[in-house]
Ligand binder design. Structure first.
Ligand code: R5P
Length: 266
């Protein structure tokens, strides 16, 4: 791995803990103004100091995040479809030159194993890895799971391992029963978990605790942070779990700590 690649990866995955809290706010690329992100800047900018990296599209970045923001950017460079159409029909929407201009610390696309356009999305990942290797920019592969797929260790292990074999430098997937098998399938490639649909805060924090215990290198979490009644409390709690091995009880205390702007009962 070349120096630039290592340098960029170490900006995302904290070398002290070997873990990462990535805040995912790229949902608009196929589902438009997602609840909580209608005014993306108002939601995200106060959370940024607590995130190790921000996963976002170039358009949202330019519209809502000031260029002075001191957070590594994981740039979503795939798209081309919407929730109204077949989701696996993704193409690459951003050139490597624009990713470099943006000073992206990593680039990312989704891979739909078992989806109608599976091969096209694997090809997208392969092209990004070739470009990333050429310029020292790591690639995060997102295992996107179609409605008809079962989110178990067998399927997620298959999807993650294919991404690793194609050359991804980080993989994002879902937490599941027997998660250590998924991590093992990825060798030394860091595995981050997505939060998925909004669930109760305690359950989301419990998932983060279990995932890190089971070998995840952290989270790439969106809705369970920005759709929470206390987004700032949630990201602080997740950060404590990921970087300080906080227990569920400790994380819940952090989440519940009142602060200006919190909508939870004080
Ligand atoms: C898909 O919309 C994106 O890759 C999201 O970044 C991903 O699903 C993670 O966000 P969430 O925690 O909301 O699932």
């Amino acid at each position: 791995m070349n120096w630039g690649m290592k340098n960029r990866l170490s900006r995302i995955i904290n070398p002290r803990t070997g873990r990462c809290v990535m805040l995912a706010v790229d949902h608009g690329y196929f589902q438009g103004p997602t609840t909580g992100l209608q005014n993306l800047g108002k939601m995200v900018n106060p959370l940024l100091p607590y995130a190790d990296a921000l996963m976002i599209t170039r358009g949202a970045l330019r519209s809502w995040i000031p260029p002075t923001a001191d957070r590594p950017i994981v740039l979503r460079v795939s798209g081309g479809q919407s929730i109204l159409k077949e989701l696996s029909n993704e193409i690459i929407t951003t050139s490597i030159e624009d990713a470099i201009r943006i000073n992206a610390s990593a680039i990312t696309c989704s891979v739909y194993i078992g989806g109608e356009y599976e091969k096209q999305t694997i090809d997208n990942l392969a092209r990004l890895v070739d470009q990333g290797e050429a310029y020292g920019i790591p690639v995060l592969a997102v295992t996107a799971v179609g409605k008809e797929m079962v989110r178990d260790a067998r399927y997620l292990g298959l999807a993650c391992r294919i991404c690793v074999e194609v050359g991804a430098h980080m993989v994002k997937t879902y937490y599941c029963k027997d998660f250590p098998e998924v991590v093992e399938a990825c060798g030394n490639i860091p595995v981050l978990i997505a939060g998925g649909k909004k669930i109760e805060e305690k359950a989301a924090l419990e998932m983060a605790c279990s995932a890190t215990k089971d070998g995840a290198s952290g989270v790439d979490m969106g809705r369970n942070i920005f759709q929470s009644d206390n987004p700032l409390g949630m990201i602080k709690a997740v950060k404590a779990i990921v970087h300080e091995n906080a227990t569920l009880a400790e994380a819940l205390d952090i989440y519940r700590t009142p602060h200006e702007g919190s909508r939870i009962l004080q």
